[in-house]
Design a binder for this molecule. Structure first.
Ligand code: NAD
Length: 283
């Protein structure tokens, strides 16, 4: 069965639209998300455009801060500090990657945890690790929401995550651990990758290599989620060879139309949750 991220994201966003208009009625103000884009990376420009489109659909106010490719670290930091101090801003998103030579952590650490809608701050990552309430990174949260949407029981399952990035692989593994999976994290130095993957009831792939996972790496009846986005001559493809794997998997997500739209829906959900928490805390 195909897990349709596009359809699921639409239903999440439609539900949020209601909640956002209730928020406005109740608290007499709009929810605001600041989006910081530095430079002219074409993929980042597309992501930002899609995120702003989603805010428009839901009724969240977006504040775009566009900075030139050759901006200095200090210039970027100043903008983020202003947004952090601005009480009308509920969420701050700094589109990654930042231009070469800019230390992303120096920028991200200026986002207060309560406005960190991407869930990248040390405080939010730490709380996730400790199993405490936190803002969870949008992509892994989207993957978990997709798995739950088909009522798949994760308890006790062998889950393998390929990829150990801070924004996908690591938080994904933590979320699956919280769901009582037995989790293995694989990466570029992993030995016997095929053998490990063949044992996975749940296989999450986030490596950035077009059509890397073939059917010999997939257990019969596994649930396979493809996070990869790879631009090829044949358009955008995932990290999983969809045609090759689809008949072996019990559930599989497509690319495009899988995790991508869910990431944006989760960004909207995190923004709403941050705004609600801020008003409840009198901010
Ligand atoms: P990254 O480059 O930071 O990390 C890639 C990871 O894959 C690394 O941990 C590396 O060790 C591992 N890896 C690379 N080659 C491997 C191999 N041959 N075998 C095993 N492991 C290998 O990437 P990322 O930011 O985590 O993104 C991964 C992919 O997911 C990319 O295609 C990216 O575009 C995509 N992505 C999609 C979304 C979305 O919304 N759908 C969001 C974020 C990232």
């Amino acid at each position: 069965m195909i897990i349709d991220g596009k359809a699921l994201s639409l239903s999440v966003k439609t539900e949020l639209k209601e909640k956002v208009s209730d928020f406005e009625r109740q608290f007499g103000r709009k929810i605001s998300l600041a989006v910081v884009l530095v430079g002219n990376n074409p993929a980042s420009q597309v992501y930002v455009k899609n995120k702003i489109k989603a805010t428009e659909f839901i009724g969240i106010n977006s504040v775009s801060v566009i900075l030139k490719e050759d901006s200095t670290l200090e210039e970027i930091k100043d903008k983020v500090i202003n947004l952090a101090d601005d009480s009308s801003i509920d969420g701050i998103l700094v589109q990654l990657p930042l231009p070469k030579g800019i230390d992303e952590n120096e920028v991200l650490k200026l986002i207060p945890p309560e406005k960190d809608v991407d869930g990248f701050s040390s405080a939010n990552v730490g709380n996730l690790l400790l199993g405490k309430p936190s803002v969870v990174a949008c992509t892994p949260l989207g993957v978990l929401t997709m798995i739950k949407s088909v009522n798949y029981d994760l308890k006790g399952k062998n889950a393998v995550v390929i990829g150990r990035s801070n924004i996908v692989g690591k938080p994904m593994a933590l979320l699956l651990l919280q769901e009582d999976c037995t989790v293995t994290i694989c990466h570029s130095k992993t030995k016997n990758l095929t053998e490990i993957c063949k044992n996975a009831d749940v296989l999450i792939v986030a490596i950035g290599k077009a059509n890397f996972v073939k059917e010999d790496m997939v257990k019969d009846g596994a649930l396979v989620i493809d996070v990869g986005i790879n631009r090829t001559e044949n358009g955008i493809v995932g990290d999983v060879d969809f045609e090759n794997v689809k008949n072996k998997a019990s559930y599989i997500s497509p690319v495009p139309g899988g995790v991508g739209p869910m990431t944006i829906a989760m960004l909207m959900q995190n923004t709403y949750n941050c705004a609600l928490k801020r008003v409840k805390n009198g901010l």
